[in-house]
Write a protein that binds this ligand. Structure first.
Ligand code: HEM
Length: 295
């Protein structure tokens, strides 16, 4: 008998699955202060709302108020996750990409809590929740957004990324669509005053316009100036069109309110001011290298 017949042939071992990394470690396995701080910051809004709920600081309609607070934080986190790639270039901050996944997963969690509070508001009658979502357009949009956010969070793992290959990137572009739908949900439920939603739309436009820039310009210091101006003008136009459509307000008068700061800054001006803050932050971040070049 030949040796090969007596000694069982060794089976090739499947490649070892990469070891799971703790959430606070970077890809090199080192503890990351940035990730720990982000993790803590992401839990703060939930702790704040839960505490305010518990001590009765949300007022008589505390369930609705809690639902609104969490809905607003969902939108903020959604915009923050869209801001990670621009921040990497505009603020010259490559390590910020380490926290993108964490922010994305937190966004989906906040959206789920928002839905849970809605279900609580409906006394957990899930048939009512389902029929309301099916019948009310703004809730249907909210539900589609939620499904997209959960799908993106579930497929955000390294394993899913490897398994899905190229289609992963295509699926994760759905984040832009989800953000657009989430903002539409926000605008539609805002009823007579869309100011807060309009500011969020302004940020969304800023972040999407940045993605349309030629690659060579994406990290340029001056980029926040044209983006801020363009986003502010678009928001002013959106507000004028919205109020003209919803309450037949004269669009020119709505546009003119942007010049009157006696009642505070209108959404378009807020977007412009925040854009100036980004410009300042980008300048401060680059100050050492600018000084170095000058010296
Ligand atoms: C099934 C999914 C969803 C349901 C049933 C739902 C339900 C609601 C309801 C009933 C309100 C109005 C609360 C009120 O003022 O009476 C609301 C507001 C809001 N929702 Fe949702 N929502 C859903 C998904 C989402 C998602 C995915 C987002 C974010 C991406 C979101 C963001 C918001 C925001 C920002 C508000 C406005 C808060 C405010 O007025 O201050 N919602 N939602």
């Amino acid at each position: 008998m030949s040796a090969s017949a007596t000694v069982p042939a060794r089976r090739a071992r499947p490649p070892a699955a990469p070891r799971k990394r703790a959430i606070w470690r970077d890809p090199a396995g080192k503890v990351s202060a940035l990730k720990i701080v982000t993790l803590v910051l992401l839990t703060l809004p939930a702790i704040y709302v839960a505490t305010a709920w518990q001590v009765g600081a949300l007022g008589a309609r505390y369930v609705t108020e809690g639902e609104r607070e969490i809905g607003e934080w969902t939108i903020r986190l959604l915009l923050l996750s869209l801001a990670v790639t621009p921040a990497r270039f505009v603020l010259d901050w490559p390590r910020v990409v380490l926290v993108r996944r964490m922010i994305g997963v937190a966004t989906a969690c906040y959206a789920l809590v928002h839905l849970a509070i809605y279900a609580l508001d409906q006394k957990w009658r899930l048939d009512v929740v389902a029929s309301e979502i099916a019948q009310r357009f703004y809730l249907t949009i909210g539900f589609v957004t939620l499904c997209l956010l959960v799908a993106l969070a579930v497929t955000s793992t390294d394993a899913a990324m490897r398994r899905m290959g190229r289609s992963w990137k295509v699926l994760h572009r759905a984040l832009y669509f989800a953000a657009g739908l989430g903002l539409l949900h926000y605008l539609l439920q805002s009823k007579s005053d869309i100011s807060a939603a309009a500011v969020a739309v302004g940020w969304f436009l800023w972040l999407m316009l940045w993605r349309l820039l030629p690659r060579a310009w994406r990290g340029a210091l001056w980029v926040p100036i044209p983006l801020g101006l363009a986003a502010a003008l678009l928001v002013a136009g959106l507000e004028a069109a919205w109020y003209a459509g919803a309450s037949h307000a004269d669009p020119l008068r709505v546009l003119a309110t942007n010049l009157d700061v006696s009642y505070g800054l209108r959404p378009a001006l807020q977007v412009a001011v925040w854009s100036a803050v980004v410009l300042l932050a980008a300048t401060l971040r680059r100050l050492p290298s600018l000084r170095h070049r000058a010296g």
